[in-house]
Design a protein around this ligand. Structure first.
Ligand SMILES: Cc1cc2nc3c(=O)[nH]c(=O)nc-3n(C[C@H](O)[C@H](O)[C@H](O)COP(=O)(O)OP(=O)(O)OC[C@H]3O[C@@H](n4cnc5c(N)ncnc54)[C@H](O)[C@@H]3O)c2cc1C
Ligand code: SF4
Length: 521
């Protein structure tokens, strides 16, 4: 580890998609960059594929030091993030989608098939397209061009192709969807399937989503983009947390950073600050640092979106995945823009349906109701699952805010308030119905639906926009009234479409880095 200096040209807080991609682009351009990350580097050993070590033991291996207090049902529950270098990418499912053309035109309007244009992105898909190309290349995304009927225009093919052989459940779903007249396609995935990206080739195990990859075949940021940024000279300071941003007049002067082991605090000066701490921690840090003393900050922390996701499990009369191979392979976008006949509600877009693996027996047991734990674990081998992802409407009242008491690092407690709009729920219900149709065709006899209650796809809490009254940051992703402070993580996205968000966050971070390099030199 190089010595930490007291001053850097670029300080980046967070090493997820927003932070790592910005760090890569800036370091590559010869800029002096440090990334501050509260998580630690993940170990690549047997614990990577161990549900007990990662999820079930009393203190899971990468559990962060401080929880989020969440009110999504009327009571406060505590949610503990996993903190690693690479952010959520280390645990993610590696689906690497582009948002569709229309997704940039604003979120669905509640009661019509229109979009709320005043909440549109400040630019359209075409602006992001070249950055999607670059992000796909850096993440070595495997996909098949032209299969997905809602895919936006692209000028380059994917860096690699996925293997065509599907797991048994994916093949069953593929056949069922095709026979219903739908158009399944291979999910574009940031996984080294073919060996072209590096020496670590995927073995198609079925512990990918929610797990770490022991053999580094999943292109999470700690094995893909960050090492490249470090080759260009970027420093990564792990196990350190930014606790306060220090502003002087209209500029960020420095950041106070605490060593989470020793609790020693240092102040690091910067010329430019990029905040990429994720959609919960970014507004939290800004609010805790007193940002509301500045004009045009009333949107910070608000408009929290998270998609409205749920899993439909079908119970089939055969062992669903006898080879236990990667079950997250295909998706169906026929209902992305809703019901084309206009007969089924809601009007306007619905979302996407995707494969998702059956959780491990231990996780199923832990989450099943008392008395049904063993039965649920036994039944798990007869399940085929489909994940539905629908777009949710950004609402001002859904927000991140600060409260008492202070945490062990002296920061105020981070609070999350969220309620879905009735249109969001309608869209998910419509997708549940279609997923059941497919699973029934694949042989399912019974169904179980489970809403996803995590904030894994959280977005929009510092939305970019053209209108100061409706956005937290300008189209360049700079805080409106602070000259040298940018936000490049999921917070910046004004809408989330109905696809997994990581590639869009990555592409936008590359766009912002380009803007900074061009305008600031
Ligand atoms: C289990 C799971 C599966 C997923 N699967 C997919 C998928 O298949 N495809 C997809 O596109 N998306 C997926 N997602 C969502 C995706 O991972 C996120 O949308 C994305 O990682 C968000 O990127 P980000 O840069 O905004 O934030 P993050 O990835 O959250 O990164 C923020 C980083 O900042 C650090 N940090 C926070 N506060 C501080 C601080 N004060 N000081 C220092 N560091 C700080 C955090 O530790 C973290 O490393 C999944 C998420 C989860 C949890
Ligand atoms: S499926 Fe492939 S990339 Fe995913 S964890 Fe298994 S080996 Fe790694």
């Amino acid at each position: 580890m190089k010595t930490i200096k007291s001053s850097y040209e670029y300080v980046i807080i967070g090493s997820g998609f927003g932070g790592s991609f910005a760090a890569y682009a800036l370091a590559k351009a010869g800029k002096q960059v440090i990334v501050i990350e509260r998580g630690v580097w993940a170990k690549r050993d047997d614990t990577c594929w161990d549900e007990y070590a990662l999820h079930l033991q009393q203190k899971p291996l990468y559990r962060g030091h401080t929880p989020y207090a969440v009110d999504q049902h009327g009571t406060i529950e505590y949610d503990w993030p996993d903190d690693t270098v690479g952010g959520m990418s280390t645990f993610y499912g590696a689906a690497a989608f582009r948002m569709r053309n229309e997704d940039f035109e604003g979120p669905p309007a509640p009661d019509s098939d229109k979009r709320s244009a005043e909440l549109a992105w400040p630019f359209r898909y075409n602006t992001l397209a070249p950055y999607y190309d670059k992000a796909e290349k850096l993440q070595c995304v495997a996909g098949i061009q032209g299969q997905d009927i809602t895919e936006p225009p692209r000028t380059k093919d994917y860096p690699q192709q996925p293997p065509l052989n599907l797991s048994r459940p994916s093949q069953k779903v593929w056949d069922a969807a095709t026979s219903l007249g739908m158009h399944p396609f291979y999910i574009p995935m940031a996984i080294n399937f073919s060996g072209v990206c590096n020496n670590h080739t995927c073995i198609l195990c079925n512990t990918c989503d929610h797990y770490l990859c022991k053999i580094q075949a999943k292109n999470d940021l700690s094995v893909s983009v960050l090492p490249r940024a470090m080759q260009y000279g970027a420093q990564v300071l792990d196990n350190h947390r930014a606790i306060k941003i220090n502003f002087i007049k209209s500029k960020v002067q420095s950041v106070d950073v605490i060593n989470q082991q020793t609790h020693e605090v240092m102040t690091i000066k910067c010329k430019y600050l990029i905040i990429a701490s994720g959609p919960v921690a970014t507004p939290h840090l800004l609010l805790a640092s007193g940002i509301t003393g500045y004009p045009n900050t009333n949107q910070i922390g608000h408009n929290l979106m998270r998609h409205i996701n749920g899993v439909v499990s079908g119970v089939v009369p055969y062992i669903a995945n006898p080879d236990n191979t990667l079950a997250k392979r295909i998706a169906i976008s026929d209902f992305y823009f809703g019901d084309s006949s206009g007969k089924m509600l809601p009007k306007g877009n619905w979302g996407i349906i995707q494969d998702i693996a059956t959780p491990g027996k231990g996780v199923i047991k832990a989450n099943a109701p008392f008395g049904l734990k063993n039965i649920a674990a036994t039944f798990s081998q007869f399940l085929i699952n489909q994940l539905v992802i629908a777009e949710d409407i950004p609402q001002f009242t859904n927000r991140i805010y600060c409260s008492d008491p202070k945490d062990i690092f002296g920061m105020p407690q981070v609070m999350i308030y969220h309620r879905y709009h009735s249109r969001d729920i309608q869209a998910r219900t419509a997708l549940y119905k279609q997923a059941k149709r497919i699973l029934r065709k694949a042989g399912a006899l019974f169904f179980y639906t489970m809403p996803i209650v995590t904030f894994s796809h959280a977005l929009g809490t510092c939305r970019m926009g053209n209108n100061k009254n409706l956005s937290a940051i300008n189209p360049e992703c700079r805080l409106w009234d602070i000259e040298n402070c940018y936000i490049t993580d999921a917070s910046a996205l004004p809408t989330g479409g109905s696809v997994n968000p990581s590639l869009t966050i990555a592409a936008n971070a590359l766009r912002v880095a380009d803007i900074i390099l061009q305008s600031r030199g």
